[in-house]
Design a protein around this ligand. Structure first.
Ligand code: MG
Length: 214
């Protein structure tokens, strides 16, 4: 396991960072980043299974590029932001969409929808040398060999330097912390027994099996 995963104390998710995805869920395109948290206990690595949370009837996949922080910082400028990046991972922001819909309707937090056990599967650690242009990198996701999501980080509404700078105004970023940069369009449901395979161009692939209710 990467030493960064052992250090991780927070995973910060960015909501609706690709306009096509915002539109597919009937949401407005945001004027500033939408932040939520996933606890480090939600992280799993290959070989572990994604478990459907208790009572969930609509578990959705979201494939995302994760920034892994390498250097501690607060109030980081966009210009210096890349100095704080330790590397990257490919991540799934697994989302209990039915829980999220209910929370949105009631004005409640997204903790259950986004933070349940196994909701943050990640790939192996990717060095900065492996992803030379993180603001223009393709990512894709298949369910049972069928392509569901295909996007490129160049379509993010808020790019990586902006996100690091913005998040660090509120949260001290520390080595091992992760920022999940949002998902392109094509999100959809998975069921018990399905296999999710996801990749970042031809740099890395990962796969996870969906298990029954947890
Ligand atoms: Mg997401």
């Amino acid at each position: 396991m990467s030493r960064y995963l052992q250090l991780c104390r927070k995973v910060i998710g960015i909501g609706r960072n690709y306009s096509e995805h915002a539109v597919e869920l009937g949401n407005a395109v945001p004027s500033k980043p939408i932040l939520f948290l996933k606890p480090p206990s939600s992280i799993i690595t290959e070989g572990q299974s994604i478990k459907i949370p208790f009572g969930c009837r609509k578990l959705h996949h979201e494939v995302e590029l994760a920034i892994v922080i390498g250097t501690k910082g607060k109030h980081i400028t966009e210009e210096s932001s890349m100095d704080y990046v330790g590397g990257y991972m490919l991540a799934l922001d697994m989302t209990a969409r039915d829980f999220q819909d209910e929370a949105k309707n009631k004005g409640h937090p997204w903790s259950l929808a986004k933070g349940f056990d196994t909701s943050c599967p990640v790939s192996r650690f990717l060095s900065k040398e492996e992803i030379l242009n993180p603001n223009s990198t393709g990512l894709w996701l298949k369910v049972n060999d069928q392509l569901r999501q295909e996007g490129n980080t160049k379509d993010m509404i808020f790019n990586i330097p902006y996100l690091i700078s913005y998040v660090s105004k509120f949260f001290t970023l520390e080595p091992g912390d992760m920022i999940l940069t949002g998902t392109p369009s094509g999100v959809g449901p998975v069921e018990k027994g399905d296999t999710i395979e996801a990749g970042l161009e031809d740099i890395v692939t990962m796969s996870f099996i969906i298990e029954g209710a947890n």
